[in-house]
Design a protein around this ligand. Structure first.
Ligand SMILES: C[S@@+](CC[C@H](N)C(=O)[O-])C[C@H]1O[C@@H](n2cnc3c(N)ncnc32)[C@H](O)[C@@H]1O
Length: 189
């Protein structure tokens, strides 16, 4: 397993390097119709890199983060409410959030079906989901997948078309944007 509990400093200072400009543009586009105080949950938030980018797009939202690694969460910015927990058993009431983010975290979840059922549970009616991850159908995506397996991670990487189908089976309408070896998904219920 990757020792995320000890990697907070690294992600705080270097985590944003993995986010390219088109990814951030997709994120701002995803957030453009949100009104003040709508709540977003960053699952596998780590130090909160994705929420920090989202805050630059819209600083009036309520930002909440969940991650099993306290050593990552302790580097989160002050506007991010942090909770220790796993995607497969979210520590929140039903229908708590207007949107969910997953930034490079989906592939770390042990049980994707359990995590997606939890997303459905905590999202409000008409809720939205934004995912950023690496495409296992590309050369670089395969390299990252191989490296993560070496570290004993689940490495549940998807090809975007397969993830789209999977999310549609959960009732989401899905738009995929490909950016070389990376992609984003904007989905809504
Ligand atoms: C590569 S880091 C990404 C962190 C952050 N989202 C970012 O973009 O920098 C993956 C994160 O997923 C978290 N993680 C691993 N397993 C998880 C699970 N089952 N549920 C939720 N988060 C998990 C790790 O602790 C780690 O913080």
């Amino acid at each position: 397993m990757m020792p995320f509990n000890n990697l907070g400093f690294v992600f705080k200072h270097f985590g944003s390097i993995i986010y390219s400009k088109p990814i951030l543009e997709d994120l701002c586009l995803f957030l453009q119709d949100f009104s003040d105080k709508e709540s977003v949950l960053d699952i596998g938030a780590g130090t909160g890199v994705m929420s920090e980018f989202a805050y630059r797009c819209n600083d009036r939202l309520k930002f909440v983060a969940v991650d099993p690694a306290e050593g990552m969460l302790k580097y989160a910015p002050p506007y991010l409410e942090t909770h220790i927990g796993a995607a497969e058993a979210l520590p929140f009431e039903d229908s708590s959030f207007d949107a969910v983010f997953m930034g490079e975290s989906l592939h770390h979840f042990d049980d994707i079906d359990a995590a997606l059922n939890e997303v459905l549970r905590v999202l409000k009616e008409g809720g939205k989901l934004f995912i950023y991850d690496f495409d296992r159908g590309t050369f670089l995506g395969k390299c990252v997948c191989f490296m993560e397996r070496v570290f004993g991670e689940p490495a549940n990487f998807y090809e975007p078309a397969v993830l789209k189908e999977e999310l549609e089976s959960y009732g989401f309408s899905v738009t995929v944007m490909k950016h070389g070896w990376r992609y984003t998904v904007s989905a809504s219920l």
